[in-house]
Design a protein around this ligand. Structure first.
Ligand code: MF3
Ligand code: CO
Length: 249
């Protein structure tokens, strides 16, 4: 069942969303060759607490960190570690916060130092896919319209869209219905209604969409070792259109 949020509840959800967005803006200013993802992890955990919220992933299904940090061919759910980031890396930092009982979830992809034109293009198209998906997230459309906009743009640029990791409803729980892949057909799927809150979080690969999971049970990598990028926002469907709860603007 998809639980609808009232305008007042959506207003309350802005707090966690804002905290996640502020962390991302601060990370954008910190990211450089030599920094470790464990430093970013500790920074985010401290900052969310300072802002009056808290990290949500540590302890979630046995996950042990306050962020996911996924470098290069890691698609998602990478563990932060002590290995310094290097110029040329791309790193996806995924942050989930809880504040006032409501969750906000956003992942951002960062370039470390100077990255290749190929990596820049992958990041750019992935961001465009997220934005195109968001623009379709209006009451009266169907979820398939969001999925199709993403898949169409990605594939038109020669990228594949990961199938096995899903966008999801967000509220008092991190993963609520609907759970959906970022591929699909226009006019299909559930009809979008005012009060729905969910993530739009396309993962695009340079090569195959197939993934494999490391022996740690979490780290999801591209099966062919090529690059993967992701951007994620939590959005609410309002009568005025999509409201990006994790907006960095
Ligand atoms: N943003 C990720 C998601 O949508 C967060 C995963 S948190 C983890 O599921 F704890 F499950 F890693
Ligand atoms: Co998510």
């Amino acid at each position: 069942m998809i639980t609808l949020k009232s305008p007042r509840q959506i207003e309350e959800m802005k707090q966690a969303g804002r905290m996640v967005a502020d962390c991302h803006k601060e990370i954008a200013a910190m990211i450089r060759p030599g920094i470790t993802t464990l430093e970013i992890n500790d920074y985010v955990e401290r900052r969310l607490a300072e802002m009056g919220g808290s990290q949500f992933t540590k302890g979630y299904n046995g996950y042990e960190y306050a962020i996911c940090a996924s470098v290069n061919d890691v698609i998602a759910h990478g563990f932060p570690d002590k290995k310094p980031l290097r110029s040329g890396d791309i790193v996806k930092i995924d942050i989930v916060a809880i504040a006032d009982g409501w969750i906000g979830d956003s992942c951002w992809c960062y370039a470390v130092g100077d990255i290749s034109p190929e990596a820049q293009r992958l990041m750019q198209i992935t961001k465009e896919c997220m934005d195109l998906g968001i623009s379709q997230a209006v009451a009266g459309n169907r979820l398939g319209d969001v999925q199709h906009a993403i898949q169409q743009h990605a594939e038109a640029h020669g990228y594949s869209v990961v199938r096995d990791l899903l966008g999801h409803g967000v509220g008092r729980e991190l993963h609520e219905e609907p759970n959906y892949p970022h591929v699909g057909l226009p006019g299909k799927g559930v009809r979008l209604k005012e009060g729905m809150v969910f993530t739009i979080e396309p993962m695009l690969n340079e090569g195959t969409y197939e993934m494999k999971i490391d022996a740690d049970g979490w780290t999801a990598r591209t099966a062919d070792g090529r690059l993967s990028a992701q951007y994620e926002h939590t959005i609410a469907i309002t009568k005025d259109g999509p409201l990006v709860l994790t907006s960095q603007d």
